[in-house]
Ligand binder design. Structure first.
Ligand code: AQP
Length: 336
């Protein structure tokens, strides 16, 4: 029997090559083999950090187009906007009572965001928004609403899926076997693409230093790769600890070509760094060129509109089933 798959991307900024290689590029594989895939744009999550309304709208439409441009067939999956399925917010209000503040405060992403924004996470008068603190609660609601077996994510989101598993255990321990236990899955190659200017940091859309954006002009993409930080050595070798820049470029190359790191390494034995970077830039630009063409076509034809409309209806059918079951389980009365 096929698996139920759930994954989302939040429209907090322009998508990066990290989002593409970490998740987008391989999503279509989960829509095959009788799987039931629910793929969404996590627009409610995007409100957890300050964002201009127009930017949020543009990013949201872009992600819808990117999903389709990356090869997702809307007839083989359910593609939808989180905010168009009210069950997400409703279940969030219920499951928040089964998650602890201590657990949320320990999330690495939350701590990183506080550090980046220079806000004290523990201080009583801290200006950390409740939404960013409680982000994994809504994410847990997102996951369990679709009875998800697997959640394809980049490495940075694995901890949040683990927290969702804790919630499921806790809830089921209290009420019986109600919620499905999900599992995070990462890509073998590309689960964590690093910044080109600081390869010890994740490439992240809200921290654009060293990012390649999916809408970047190809000449810009090439320039960014050619000026990526490397090291004083000369060997193209995968060694993230001592050669983080070269290892990141090897990962980018391997993930773009769909090959293993070992095979990528073999291709570049004896290469100088400059020639190696050129090969990486060629591979990425060839892939992005086709991707950008599809994106522009989908944006112009507004093909995404019907997809999202139909998706909201289909997603709501599934989500409401779980929501009703949870409401009934915890003792909320539903009058039909
Ligand atoms: N650098 C990355 N390498 C591999 N995968 C990545 N992902 C993000 N960055 C990388 C994966 O992309 C999916 C969508 O991410 P998200 O929008 O849910 O937010 P995120 O994980 O917080 O990604 P960003 O780009 O870092 O966003 P901001 O800056 O807004 O926080 C996820 O599956 C993620 O793992």
């Amino acid at each position: 029997m096929g698996l139920k798959v759930l994954t989302g991307i939040k429209p907090t900024g322009q998508l990066t090559l990290g989002n593409y290689l970490g998740v987008l590029k391989n999503l279509h594989q989960y829509t095959e083999d009788g799987n039931e895939a629910y793929i969404f744009i996590a627009d409610l999550h995007a409100l957890t950090l300050p964002i201009e309304p127009e930017t949020l709208r543009t990013n949201t439409i872009d992600i819808a187009c990117f999903y389709l441009a990356a090869g997702l067939d809307p007839n083989k999956c359910t593609l939808f906007l989180q905010s168009s399925v009210p069950a997400h917010a409703e279940l969030n209000a219920i499951v928040q009572n089964y998650m602890y503040m201590g657990e949320l405060g320990r999330m690495t992403q939350f701590k990183d965001i506080c550090t980046k924004m220079g806000i004290a996470k523990d201080a009583k008068d801290s200006h950390v928004g409740l939404g960013i603190f409680a982000y994994p609660v809504l994410m847990s609601a997102d996951i369990v609403l679709y009875d998800a077996d697997i959640v394809p994510v980049g490495q940075d989101q694995t901890q949040h899926v683990e927290l969702c598993r804790t919630l499921v255990n806790r809830f089921n321990h209290r009420y019986g076997d109600v919620l499905k236990m999900p599992k995070a899955v990462n890509n073998k190659v590309g689960a964590k693409i690093m910044s080109l200017s600081d390869p010890t940091k994740k490439m992240s859309k809200s921290d654009p230093k060293g990012d390649i954006f999916l809408k970047d002009d190809l000449a810009v993409v090439r320039k960014k790769i050619m000026s990526a930080v490397t090291d004083m050595g000369s060997e193209v070798k995968f060694d993230p600890e001592n050669k983080p820049g070269i290892s990141n470029l090897l990962t980018i190359y391997a993930a773009t070509k769909g090959i293993s790191i070992e095979d990528a390494e073999k291709e570049f034995v004896g290469y100088r760094y400059g020639d190696f970077k050129k090969a990486v830039a060629d591979a990425v630009c060839a892939d992005l060129e086709a991707f950008q063409q599809r994106y522009r076509h989908i944006l112009e034809t507004k093909e995404y509109e019907k997809v999202l409309k139909d998706g909201a209806i289909k997603a709501s059918e599934q989500a409401n089933k779980v929501l009703d079951q949870v409401k009934n389980t915890v003792g909320l009365v539903t009058i039909k």
